[in-house]
Design a protein around this ligand. Structure first.
Ligand code: PHE
Length: 457
């Protein structure tokens, strides 16, 4: 048995930490560019639908697994079953934590590096997106730059995890999440008040259904996982520090709402700006790094807004990275009896080593590819497109069928008595989504990711 396992100090502490995990590069870097590539408003509607019918039900299941067992992903399954298979599913979560953090921290490092670029005024002469792209390329091929900021980001992440749940992650999230929200609202207001911003708003509000095909639907579904940190046990691990007095279902709903609202606000901030200066909304993964500096260069007060923007991006990435490292550390602490400090330093270093080839994928290792993918691309693809949906699928199956649904309900009821007694249909709906709808839909995404089906509907 474990002695003195930490718990969140308050329910709001948990909500902010878990929202901090959810809100990250996914919302600010990825969501705008995939929405931009897939038709804007129509894509966003499909994404919202996926979040509601798959994201929320699986999120409740994942937090519940953690809260019930008070363990990391491996320990959680070990507590509920003897089956090696299911314990292995937990192990896949821990491995995903290593993998995702290793490449995530590279991009997060760019965000920190860009704060410095903005501070020293390097963006002021960016007259076009092309100049900004050129600058971006010169930075990522500069090995000390890319490795240096990656290392710095890892050290900051480790510091929070080292300090523990209450003093590190909870306190950090309580300070950083409100700052993030304020920065984002400032940027949104700036975007909306720019001349020509209507076009950006129209892009976000007027659906273009002609752009929606099977591919777009699958991207929306896959992103629902990534953005909610689902499928690898980050939410399970955070849930394991939650008190049995708190309501899992309502906490999950609040996390989903916060994550979604932030993605939408980020979309408004970015598209109004991009359209106002006439840049292309479908610029792809480089959208914010290639266009935002150029956008801000042309804008009154752009110097300050670019500092704010990349600070915002760094904070968002940091609170997500903490949750990734915490999954790994919790496993070493719970299951192998290490102390938190030793586990944080050792595992942070392992992640660093694993991330080095990802950082070098943009320069000296750029030509070493497998199926046209660099090391960075392979790790990203494996973790985000395969391990996350697979993990989410298996969590839905485990909670829906293997754990025993009467036990699931008994545990979910703790802290949610009012919901169970007064709104029983909410629980019935959750059960239906979790057992039938989510697994089938996730399975389709997964087959698509593996290239087994190229849907033709
Ligand atoms: N949800 C985070 C984001 O949107 C990424 C993440 C995925 C974090 C999985 C933890 C686990 O950026």
């Amino acid at each position: 048995m474990q002695k003195n396992r930490e718990q969140w100090n308050s329910k709001i502490g948990f909500i902010l930490a878990a929202s901090g995990s959810a809100i990250g590069l996914g919302n600010i870097w990825k969501f705008p560019y995939i929405a931009g590539e897939n038709g804007g408003a129509s894509f966003i509607l499909i994404y919202l639908f996926c979040i509601a019918i798959i994201g929320l039900p699986v999120l409740i299941a994942e937090i519940l697994l953690g809260r019930t067992t008070q363990r990391n992903p491996v320990g959680a399954f070990r507590k509920l079953t003897e089956s090696k298979f299911w314990i292995g599913v937990g192990g896949m979560g821990v491995v995903s934590g290593f993998l995702i953090l290793s490449f995530y921290a590279v991009i997060a490092g760019w965000a920190i590096g860009y704060i410095v670029e903005a501070l020293v005024g390097n963006f002021s002469h960016f007259s076009t997106g092309a100049v900004a792209s050129e600058h971006f390329n010169s930075l990522v091929t500069d090995i000390p730059w890319i490795v240096g900021y990656f290392t710095l980001f890892m050290i900051i992440t480790m510091l929070f995890v080292y300090l523990g749940i209450q003093k590190g992650i909870e306190r950090g999230s309580k300070i950083m999440m409100p700052i993030l929200l304020v920065l984002l609202v400032i940027l949104m207001i700036r975007g909306i008040t720019l001349e020509g911003s209507e076009e950006g708003l129209a892009f976000l509000l007027n659906p273009d259904w002609s752009k929606i095909d099977a591919q777009a639907i699958l991207i929306a579904l896959g992103h629902a996982f990534f953005t909610l940190s689902l499928g690898m046990g980050a939410m399970l691990t955070y849930g394991s520090y939650m008190s049995k007095k708190d309501n899992v279902a309502s906490a999950a709903l609040q996390i989903v709402i916060l994550d979604t609202v932030i993605a939408l606000i980020a979309g408004v901030a970015i598209f109004t700006s991009v359209f106002a200066v006439g840049l292309d909304p479908s610029a792809g993964p480089g959208l914010i790094f290639h266009t935002i500096p150029a956008v801000f260069a042309k804008m009154p007060g752009g110097y300050y807004f670019s500092i704010l923007f990349f600070s915002l991006l760094s904070i968002a990435a940091l609170t997500s990275a903490m949750s990734l490292l915490e999954v790994v550390v919790a496993f070493f602490v719970d299951d192998l009896g290490w102390n938190r400090k030793k586990a944080t330093i050792a595992m942070g270093f392992v992640v660093f080593l694993l991330g080095l080839p990802s950082a070098l994928s943009f320069n000296i290792l750029a030509d070493y590819t497998l199926f046209g993918k660099t090391f960075f691309d392979i790790i990203d693809f494996l973790a985000s497109n395969i391990f996350l949906p697979l993990g989410g699928f298996l969590i839905a199956i485990f909670v829906g069928y293997v754990w025993g649904f009467d036990k699931v309900l008994a545990n979910l009821r703790e802290g949610a008595e009012n919901l169970f007694d007064n709104y029983p249909y909410v629980i019935t709906t959750w059960k239906f989504f979790l057992k039938y709808l989510s697994p089938v839909l996730i399975f389709i995404v997964l087959l698509h990711s593996l290239g087994i089906i190229d849907l033709i509907f």
